[in-house]
Design a protein around this ligand. Structure first.
Ligand SMILES: [Mg+2]
Length: 254
């Protein structure tokens, strides 16, 4: 995979931009709560928002309120929790199949199954449970085993693997479907999707953008979790994104 040239990208007036948060807009931190978005990235997003007439959205595993905190004061269109909740550019929100999950019961089940494992962070979201194990990397196999067993025994729940995190979420919720939902509405509709992401959870959005003659850009090279990426392009690392977005803006001077 090669880095894209900013000249390969659609003009900003024709682009719908979709960005992941952790590892894409912001560098990954030891704990999710320690993540911050750099000021220059906030300014770039603001410029892109103006130049695309609002056709920019965040596709994230995080709950919406965390994204709003990280990108304050602007409220961007977003797909939260991998698309379980979608907020349109006009602020209207949609909730998808995930509302049928009993998250409280799921949390109790996960906490019970993983009670003997130290240094993990079990996060209860609105529509699922995330088990973060960045501080206990050798426990990944055991956590995968237990969460897979729970998913097999819980109607409508599936496992989603990310970097140092394993999530239990509703079946049929992913960033590709979320991208579709956003693309069906203004100001995204009729534009060319351009997706930036760094993790296995972004692959569904990459595939959807490819299918719609859009562009997909992986942050960081190489396969993740042993699987090759379906992204068309890659950037070397998270630090390469801001200069790239700046170059895209520069090719679109009015
Ligand atoms: Mg990410």
């Amino acid at each position: 995979m090669n880095p894209p040239s900013p000249y390969d990208l659609p003009p900003l007036t024709m682009a719908a931009i979709f960005l992941d948060m952790d590892g894409t807009l912001a560098p990954i931190a030891r704990r999710p709560v320690d993540v911050r978005v750099a000021n220059d990235m906030l300014m770039l997003l603001d410029l892109l928002h103006t130049r695309t007439e609002g056709a920019i959205a965040i596709l994230t595993g995080r709950p919406a309120w965390q994204i709003d905190d990280l990108l304050a004061p602007r409220l961007y269109a977003l797909a939260a929790e991998h698309g379980a909740g979608v907020r349109m550019a006009d602020g209207k929100t949609l909730t998808t199949a995930a509302r049928h999950l009993d998250v409280a019961l799921l949390e109790r089940t996960v906490r019970h199954a993983l009670q003997s494992i130290d240094d993990i962070y079990i996060e209860r979201k609105d529509h699922g449970i995330a088990v973060h194990y960045r501080q206990a990397p050798r426990q990944g196999g055991l956590i995968a085993e237990q969460t897979t067993r729970i998913a097999a025994n819980t109607e409508g729940v599936e496992v989603l693997n990310g970097k140092m995190v394993i999530e239990l979420k509703a079946v049929g919720v992913n960033k590709g479907l979320a991208l579709n939902t956003l693309m069906a509405h203004p100001p995204f509709a009729g534009r060319t999707p351009v997706v930036f992401g760094d993790d296995t959870t972004d692959e569904a959005a990459f595939a959807q953008a490819n299918a719609e003659a859009g562009m997909s850009v992986r942050i960081g090279g190489g396969p993740i979790g042993g699987m090759p990426s379906c992204a068309q392009f890659s950037l070397a690392n998270q630090q390469a994104l801001a200069p790239f977005l700046q170059a895209w803006l520069s090719t679109n001077t009015k």
